[in-house]
Ligand binder design. Structure first.
Ligand SMILES: NC(=O)c1ccc[n+]([C@@H]2O[C@H](COP(=O)([O-])OP(=O)(O)OC[C@H]3O[C@@H](n4cnc5c(N)ncnc54)[C@H](OP(=O)(O)O)[C@@H]3O)[C@@H](O)[C@H]2O)c1
Length: 238
């Protein structure tokens, strides 16, 4: 089986930060970022779905407090609630803690069916909750997640051949350091706020990854609307 094509696609400030900056141009470049990823007729990468880290899912979606029944039995293995979605939102949540309220994300006007990526540490109670609200899940690792297995299962169970890593920085760096990324795409907006608490495009974090120098070749650099640029790089790790 060949590996799916993987692109990290991110909207950053001039200083490579990924959280919202209160600039009048943030909204315009955010829209350009969404267009390149998702908007029909404008999108560039033809992705089947995008991956987000647990922090990003929590920051951007309404969640409910969970009251799980841990005495419940669930079948072994993975659960495919929807195998032919137009778009997938893949939630990296090894411990199984996110209290989703729906099985669909509407980001970028492109409904996306949620797939939770769990380790074997996630409980039966959590899996039963996902089954109940018809969120798909895959189990990809005993304690820590196996990024290669994640890509293999997304491809074999959901037909995902072109995958975007949507961030944040911790997730981005873990896939990049594992040599699984074919391209890095950055929509860089003309703003910065110097906030040292604002996370970066790439962030090494144990046990997922470590700091290490990685080098890139430029594929393309394009000025886009409102003084933003779209940068495309190929990592020299694979
Ligand atoms: N500008 C943009 O384009 C953009 C895009 C996405 C996100 N963001 C922003 O970025 C911020 C969050 O970024 P972040 O870097 O702090 O966090 P993140 O990457 O979204 O999430 C980090 C968490 O995800 C899980 N995780 C990540 N990589 C993993 C791996 N390889 N294996 C297993 N679990 C993994 C871990 O959760 P557990 O420890 O719970 O297992 C980890 O603590 C948010 O504010 C979000 O809004 C911006």
């Amino acid at each position: 089986m060949t590996k799916p094509f993987v692109v990290i696609h991110t909207h950053t400030s001039l200083d490579g930060k990924i959280k919202t900056v209160k600039s009048p141009r943030f909204k315009t470049t955010s829209q350009q970022y969404q267009d390149i990823a998702l908007t029909p007729d404008a999108q560039f990468y033809d992705i089947d779905g995008y991956l987000n880290g647990r922090t990003t899912s929590e920051d951007n979606n309404e969640m409910q407090a969970l009251d799980l029944d841990e005495s419940v039995e669930v079948p072994e293995g993975d659960f495919v609630a929807q195998g032919n979605a137009d778009m997938y939102y893949v939630s990296i949540d090894r411990r199984g803690v996110l209290g989703w309220t729906t099985n669909t994300i509407h980001y970028g006007n492109r409904p996306a069916h949620i797939i939770e990526v769990l380790s074997e540490k996630a409980t039966n109670g959590y899996k039963a909750f996902l089954r109940e609200i018809e969120i798909s899940y895959i189990v990809a690792g005993s304690e820590e997640l196996d990024n290669v297995l994640i890509l293999n299962k997304l491809q074999s169970l959901f037909g995902m051949n072109r995958i975007m890593i949507g961030g944040g920085g911790v997730l981005n760096w873990s896939f990049l350091q594992a040599g699984l990324v074919d391209e890095v795409s950055i929509v860089m907006g003309p703003f910065a706020d110097g906030d040292p608490e604002n996370p970066s495009l790439f962030s090494a974090s144990e046990p997922f990854s470590t700091p290490e120098a990685i080098t890139f070749d430029l594929i393309d650099a394009k000025p886009i609307e409102d003084s933003a640029v779209w940068l495309r790089y190929r990592p020299l790790t694979n």
